[in-house]
Design a protein around this ligand. Structure first.
Ligand code: CA
Ligand code: CA
Length: 386
């Protein structure tokens, strides 16, 4: 039997031409490459499934803590420390457990270089739980992946690394044309003079969407937990940098600024995003009527520190306020609201501040609510998300 097969294969081999052999070798090489890719994808998917399950379990343990204590635990010490392998007990999130244990060994992210992050918000009445999925968002060139956040129900997503530019045109300060297409790239100045309505349509035209408030906040809650985004080099020390906010014009995305005007922020997964604060305002996709806006003691239109708000209107506090009762002194910016209890006009959300905010008014949580969705200005741009 063995002999027969051997004979036959010898005969077959002789019948192949060199070309045929090369084709077969190329096909085998391609198939093995494909199967390696498929295997890597399957592994990344398995890690993502693990992440979702871990995050669910950690959230459950945090709810158990809340049931006993009426608040969520403090951040691990120092703030921004990964919660990997720490213990959640009546002592909070610490390296050694107390007696009342809710989770003995908080699971580690399945990838060695990634970590889950936890931070409470609004006097420990809510919390961020941040996790970075690998496969959910496979981001295009010059877009960045942003980790998900349980507080905002966001999975990991892609967002433009730069404020949107007009494809093929370097001067973004031009009259709107529907024939223009949005693109994320370093060169050129941001696409401005565009209404919130058209910014939505333009993002949809490339298969994306205008960044949502939940996505914006997921970025801010992540970067505020990275020490290198603070001028003092530690979380809460100095300010979160506020970008191009003290100059005479919008800039392209090729030159960085120094100190408090640094234009880039880093995320927990190492991704770098430009001009979230400053340069031009970024539309987000939300709208709110004047009468439903947050307000302070003085009931008139104007800039307010977050710390002096007496009424949050229709915006949930965790979607509005800086952590730890911080305000513009920590680089978060301020809010501009209409300050009227009767105004029924709709206004679009825009974030971050712009080149001429002279400091305090620019910041990663700056929010201005006085421009309707169909108005446009040379200092309002946008960015898309996927
Ligand atoms: Ca277009
Ligand atoms: Ca901006």
């Amino acid at each position: 039997m063995f002999l027969v097969i051997n004979k036959k294969s010898k005969y077959s081999l002789a019948a192949f031409t060199l070309i045929e052999l090369l084709v077969i070798i190329a096909i085998i090489a391609l198939l093995s490459t494909l199967s390696v890719i498929a295997l890597n994808n399957a592994r990344a998917k398995a890690r993502d499934a693990r992440r979702l399950s871990d995050v669910k379990q950690i959230s459950t343990a945090l709810e158990l803590y809340y049931n006993s204590h009426g608040i969520y635990p403090n951040s691990p010490n120092p703030v921004g420390t990964p919660i990997t392998n720490l213990c959640l007990s009546e002592l909070g999130i610490t390296s050694t457990c107390g007696t009342e244990v809710y989770m003995k060994n908080i699971p580690a992210d399945p990838a060695k270089d990634k970590h889950y992050l936890y931070a409470p918000l609004i006097n420990n009445s809510s919390f961020n739980l941040i996790y970075d999925e690998e496969t959910i968002a496979d981001c295009p060139t010059d877009w960045v992946r942003v980790p998900g956040n349980t507080l905002y129900n966001t999975h990991s997503f892609c967002v433009m690394k730069y404020e949107a530019k007009i494809k093929g045109i370097d001067n973004g300060n031009t009259a709107y044309s529907a024939s223009y297409e949005p693109e994320s790239r370093p060169s050129g100045t941001p696409w401005v003079n565009i209404t919130q309505t058209n910014a939505k349509l333009e993002c949809e035209s490339i298969g994306a969407h205008l960044i949502t408030e939940d996505e914006w906040l997921s970025i801010v809650r992540n970067l505020e937990l990275q020490a290198s985004n603070w001028t003092g080099g530690a979380i809460g020390s100095g300010q979160i940098t506020r970008g191009n906010s003290n100059s005479s014009a919008a800039m392209d995305g090729t030159s960085e600024l120094d100190g408090v005007n640094k234009r880039t922020h880093i995320l927990s997964n190492g991704e770098v995003i430009w001009d979230l604060a400053g340069n031009v305002y970024d539309w987000t996709d939300a709208t709110i009527m004047g009468k439903n806006q947050p307000s302070g003691v003085v009931s008139e239109a104007g800039w307010l520190e977050y710390t002096v708000l007496t009424n949050y209107g229709d915006i949930a506090p965790e979607k509005l306020l800086p952590m730890n009762n911080y305000n513009s002194n920590q680089g978060y910016g301020q809010i501009f609201s209409i300050g009227s209890s009767t105004n029924t006009i709709n206004y679009g959300f825009r974030r971050g501040g712009y080149w001429r905010n002279n400091g305090a008014r620019a910041g990663v949580l700056t929010l201005i609510l006085n421009v309707p969705p169909n108005d446009y200005y040379k200092y309002i741009g946008f960015r898309c998300a996927l």
